[in-house]
Design a protein around this ligand. Structure first.
Ligand code: ADP
Ligand code: MG
Length: 353
């Protein structure tokens, strides 16, 4: 277990910054996720933490020891690659034992440790198989066992589930969480899938073009996004272009499509803003402290345990989500509809995208 700190870490490739001076503090025993779209610098960051690549500038610490330019094996970090990178000509046992053989441990100790690691990933009895005789999920488990067998201080996982089908992804997701809890190990996890990140992480760093936009618990980030990018990246949400037309301290009135919403909290100084509203926060019946907006029904979509009503307000579509069948009964496209939104549930952020 170890604390990992990144201080102003920059990585340039051919003079272009792929990572633009990021600061992170990952606490020991935490499952910490780097989340962001493809190309935002997740793998580059992970490789620098792993010691497979070195920063152009900035520093990396494991606890109080600076490890910026230490090779992987000296800092105790192991990276599991997206494509597993198992050796096809070696059995499961030999794949997992590889790192221990390099360390020249006694045979009996190697056998015990491999057994322990294979048990941990639920692959006991598969010692003599070759990777091609395993399913994708099993190969992934071997890769994780191979990483854990050397008892790293930090386990780094780069999009570990992206090559698995949907059902297996869910299963492996809980497995990784179980193993992490069982060992109490620090895990840094990379994904571009916000739902996966929410489900698995203690905390998440949302990355955008080489920078960290926000760090927080899944709940923080989902409920209190600090930027338009974070808000729109964290699942289906309403991001409505609006203009601040009146101010009274931190209370503002914003306008979109000729509709005025007053009494909103906003601390920024730009008048071009977005209103971020989660669909499940929009009500189809009056609630306290709410603003109301009148439009027409564009679509009603039934998803099983909830229904979405897409309202049309001028040219702006807004999605409301409800678990009440009664509320949506009789709602038809083109009919008038009123949405009610608690002012507390409207997050006003400077327009960014
Ligand atoms: P992610 O893992 O978030 O998809 P990467 O860290 O792989 O993103 O890449 C971030 C940026 O750095 C991309 O623009 C990518 O093209 C660039 N990049 C990554 N590795 C190299 C490299 N070895 N040489 C040149 N450019 C690279
Ligand atoms: Mg990547």
């Amino acid at each position: 277990m170890v604390d990992v700190k990144l201080e102003n870490v920059v990585k340039e490739f051919d003079g272009v910054q792929a990572v633009k001076g990021i600061n992170l503090h990952i606490k020991h025993g935490e499952l910490f996720t780097l989340l962001g779209p493809s190309g935002c610098g997740k793998t580059t960051t992970l490789r620098m933490i792993a010691g497979l690549d070195y920063p152009t500038s900035g520093k990396i610490y494991f606890d109080d020891q600076e490890v910026t330019y230490l090779p992987s094996y000296e800092r105790g970090a192991v990276l599991v690659f997206q494509n597993y990178a198992l050796w096809p000509h070696m059995t499961v046992f030999d794949n997992v034992a590889y790192g221990l053989k390099l360390k020249k441990l006694p045979k009996e100790e190697i056998r015990k440790k491999v057994e322990w690691a294979l048990e941990l990933v639920k692959l006991k009895g598969f010692e003599d198989r070759y990777p091609t005789q395993l399913s994708g999920g099993q190969q992934q488990r071997v890769a994780i066992a191979r990483a854990l067998v050397v008892e790293p201080k930090v386990l780094l996982l780069d999009e570990p589930l992206s090559n698995l089908d949907a059902k297996l992804r869910l299963e492996m997701r809980s497995e990784i969480r179980r193993i992490q809890r069982e060992l109490g190990i620090t895990v840094i996890y990379v994904t571009h899938d916000q739902e996966e990140a929410m489900a698995i992480s203690d905390r998440i760093a949302v990355m955008n073009v080489g920078t960290v936009e926000q760090v927080g618990t899944p709940r923080d980030i989902y409920e209190r996004p600090k930027s338009e990018f974070v808000a729109s990246f964290m699942g289906k949400t309403n991001v409505i272009r609006a203009k601040v037309v009146e101010r009274d301290g931190n209370k503002v009135t914003a306008e979109f499509e000729g509709l005025r919403l007053d009494g909103l909290h906003y601390e920024g100084d730009k008048d071009d803003v977005v209103l971020v509203i989660r669909p499940e926060r929009i009500k189809l019946h009056p609630v306290e402290n709410a603003v109301s907006i009148e439009g027409t029904v564009d679509l009603v979509e039934y998803y099983g345990f909830f229904t979405e009503v897409v309202g049309l307000f001028g040219d702006t579509r807004i999605i409301a989500r409800t678990i009440s069948d009664r509320e949506v009964q009789g709602l038809r496209p083109t009919q008038p509809v009123t949405f009610y939104i608690d002012r507390e549930d409207i997050i006003v952020l400077p327009k960014q995208l």
